[in-house]
Design a protein around this ligand. Sequence first.
Ligand code: FES
Length: 146
Amino acid sequence: MAMNYSEKVIDHSLNPRNVGEIEDPSGCGTVGNAVCGDIMRVYLDIDENQVIQDAKFKTFGCGAAIATSSMATVLIKGKTVQEALEVTNKAVMEALDGLPKVKIHCSLLAEQAIHAALWDYADKNGIVIEGLERPVTDVSELEEEG
Ligand code: FES
């Protein structure tokens, strides 16, 4: 019984899209949440036009973290690195028809892992992605800031 979960959340947590690794990725980022202990890693394959050709993730986390990572990777594929910044945790939650309040923090893992992977890509290539902030490794810090 999943009283508070939308069908989309259940679908993406039971049948997550884009699970796995990319060998020799353009960018890779790992973040965690020290409070719940969940960890997420995102791999990106980005072409010479800065378009995300592929995105994969691995997570050691709860169902909501898996569902939001799954949806987030679906949403960023085919987008430019700049457009990918618009895939915020709110956008991901909307695409999943919402999350129960106590699970909102889980969606931050996906967003921040993508940011960390984009940061890695930008760093490796000596470019600046406008609006991208240096990622934190522990997303529970962000929650405290509100
Ligand atoms: Fe930690 Fe969901 S409980 S990410």
